[in-house]
Design a protein around this ligand. Sequence first.
Ligand code: API
Length: 282
Amino acid sequence: MNGAGNDFIIINNIEETLSQEIFGELAKLVCERHLSLGADGLMVVDKPQGNADYRMIFYNSDGSLGEMCGNGARCISRYGYENGLAGEIQKIETTAGIVIGERLAKDMYKIRLNDPSTVILDYPVNLDGEIVNCSYVELGMPGIPHAVVPIKDLKTYPADELIKIGRKLRFHSAFPKGANVNFYEIIGHDHVYERTYERGVEDFTYACGTGTGSTVTVLTELGLVSGNHVRVDMKGGTLYIDVIKNGEKFQDLYLTGPTNIVAIGELTDSNLDLLLGGVTNE
Ligand SMILES: N[C@H](CCC[C@H](N)C(=O)O)C(=O)O
């Protein structure tokens, strides 16, 4: 499935009952774009540990565990609804905390992202002697880390330069957990263009939901957007963010956007046999 081009493989482990120990390796294997199916991440649907419809365990394509994934949670909401795991409004258990999913239309899903646990608007980072003006946000607890970085002429910014800066910031010691690096430019009233270099994919993805939520949180706090249905264009599509405030107090953060079920089927990659303990069909 993909959500605005951020693509995922979903495995229903309530049915498969695979051991959680293999998921990291499984993600690495099946997310490889040339040797296997290919995706930005692997999501495992499992039984909830607490009071929720189901549990979502998210792995990046390099096999690392992600605390949360905004586009992934939108996609899994559709999966949950269409596979009878939950109703039109659902409660999803993620590593970063509970996420609420809501079906708006056949392919449109909205989620309430985890509340920001850290928002530092002024977070200058020294990159090879030059100061880069960043903000730093974590959503949820444990929080998914995001650097938010303004860039002028982002659409036409040379790709090789941008990836260099993205990669350096992603691994910079200023970010102890590493960071997803969200470059943005405001291109109109409540209209933002964004590109995200993702931790765990180690490249730009086509869209990033928690990145978009983090960016619009920062821009709303800075008074640069209203926080009301802010449009964020990314390479793979458009996402909308609502920052709900109760007076000055932050209340909720919502992410809305499209989902696409590209294929439903069986993974037949022969390398899976090794990983799954030599189980073959012979
Ligand atoms: N693409 C995701 C984020 C994936 C998480 C990952 N890149 C990490 O930092 O572990 C999103 O839509 O929010």
